[in-house]
Ligand binder design. Sequence first.
Ligand code: DQA
Length: 150
Amino acid sequence: MKQATPQVLVIHGPNLNMLGKREPEVYGSTTLAEIDQQIAHKAKVLGIQVEVFQTNQEGAMVDIIQQALGRMAGIIINPGAFTHYSIAVRDALAAVDLPTIEVHLSNIYKREEFRHHSVIAPVVRGQISGLGPLGYLLALEALSELLGRE
Ligand code: DQA
């Protein structure tokens, strides 16, 4: 959906509310509030409106994805641990069929083997993994480009 001011939904999954305190050697010391500020700033520069949502609940994530249909032009999602097993989140993304970028702060391919597989990856446009908070900003740039073209 091409819009004058594209609306993008940013979804942070489980335990990402703990950023800053959570395994800083893996996820860094930046808090989620700080990441959200960076996202808001980047969105303003790109002329995108963002709605940001964090949940620890799988069902809430499915609901927010479903509610994006008809309201949002694209989605940026870090599904957290749901990445590796939530067919419900994958099916919701497939159902709304919006341009979606999957973001991971850590490089999931460099970590434990159970993190190497994303059940989300086959239904998204692209994935950014391992670039820390910068991943969200690059995802916004990518969506801005993609939405301008579509
Ligand atoms: C994560 C990677 C997942 O494996 C993990 O369960 C997370 C965060 C990341 O951003 O690197 O919660 O999605």
